[in-house]
Write a protein that binds this ligand. Structure first.
Ligand SMILES: Cc1cc2nc3c(=O)[nH]c(=O)nc-3n(C[C@H](O)[C@H](O)[C@H](O)COP(=O)(O)OP(=O)(O)OC[C@H]3O[C@@H](n4cnc5c(N)ncnc54)[C@H](O)[C@@H]3O)c2cc1C
Length: 299
């Protein structure tokens, strides 16, 4: 095993010490990563994982649309697969996609290839890796409905492959180990024509624009919907629509979204999350669980 400096010299991708994570998440908050690694390719990533100090903590981020980075920053190394961005058509309806590809890019690629079934992901502003990890979905469809299999490396650099059924997908969750980095997925759609697909994409765009706050700093839905309930209704019912702490507030338009007015700290957002959990528990005896992944050191 190599020490960090030696290791850094042997890497092909970017390896940055004390890297601010603000620019890698949609809330635009949070502290530094001790290290940020953007591997150039799979070989580079595996080399890093196999040779890193054993004690180095690893955190994976995708497009950062579902994470809240604490102000204290993230210990160890944050890995981002933005160079893993290829899409290949491997049969009439199947696409092989690397995990750093953005959902919108895959949706557009599928349209050009006249493969239907990928339209829903155009409404979810993340990457393929984050979509699989979260089993992201909207309009009645989820990643589990299009994924055939996915390859991954564990934190020791060993390769694995999982069929859909092995991923243990459920509502906004994939039950595979959290110590896995998704690399490449194979998705299956169906033959369709471009104009049909375009119409669906346009509808999703319109619906999204009507329902969700636009051009704002947010992490999307803050809480998962508890069984039989809508998180936004619960938040509304305890008077938190529009409620503000510091620079963060629950959206007036869609009150399960927390928005940063540009001055929020991660702590403001965490305080809002805690306030909602407390009020909803007190009034309804229902426990809200954040859908957003909170990452970072405790202080
Ligand atoms: C405006 C807005 C609207 C949204 N609408 C929806 C919606 O309709 N439906 C929905 O489901 N979500 C929605 N989201 C949430 C978010 O976009 C999704 O959860 C998305 O799939 C997250 O992908 P990401 O690449 O941004 O992942 P990140 O937020 O960066 O990470 C999320 C999780 O995925 C893990 N992860 C990321 N990449 C990998 C990888 N390669 N290997 C292993 N783990 C990985 C991370 O460790 C983390 O735990 C919305 C968010 C916003 C800001």
């Amino acid at each position: 095993l190599l020490d960090i400096i030696e290791l850094k010299n042997n890497l092909k991708g970017k390896f940055i010490e004390n890297s601010p994570l603000k620019n890698h998440n949609w809330f635009k908050v949070g502290g530094m990563a001790d290290y940020l690694f953007i591997p150039e390719n799979l070989e580079d990533l595996i080399y890093f994982l196999k040779n890193k100090p054993k004690s180095l903590q690893i955190t994976i981020i995708g497009a950062g649309s579902n994470i809240l980075v604490k102000d204290s920053g993230v210990k160890g190394c944050v890995i981002k697969l933005s160079n893993f961005n290829s899409i290949k058509k491997i049969s009439e309806t199947k696409l092989e996609v690397q995990s750093g590809v953005l959902n919108i890019s895959l949706a557009n690629f599928a349209k050009e290839e006249e493969i239907g079934g990928f339209e829903f992901i155009s409404g979810i502003p993340g990457s393929i890796g984050g979509g699989i990890a979260m089993n992201a979905g909207c309009y009645g469809r989820e990643f589990k409905d299009i994924l055939l299999n996915v390859s991954a490396v564990d934190f020791d650099g060993n390769l694995h492959s999982f069929e859909n059924i092995q991923c243990g997908f459920s509502y906004r969750n994939c039950s595979l180990s959290k110590n896995l980095i998704f690399i490449t997925a194979i998705f299956n759609g169906y033959k369709d024509i471009k104009s049909n697909i375009q119409e669906k994409l346009d509808n999703i765009k319109t619906q999204r624009e009507e329902q969700q706050p636009k051009k704002v700093l947010t992490g999307g839905s803050t809480f998962a919907n508890p069984e039989g309930n809508k998180a936004w209704q619960l938040i509304d019912s305890v008077g938190l629509r529009g409620y503000k702490i510091g620079g963060a507030f629950f959206s007036e338009k869609h009150c399960n979204f927390i928005i940063n007015d540009g001055t929020a700290t991660a702590l403001d957002i965490q305080s809002l999350i805690n306030e909602a959990i407390k009020r909803v528990k007190d009034k309804h005896n229902i426990i809200l669980h954040p859908e957003i992944k909170i990452i970072g050191k405790d202080n």
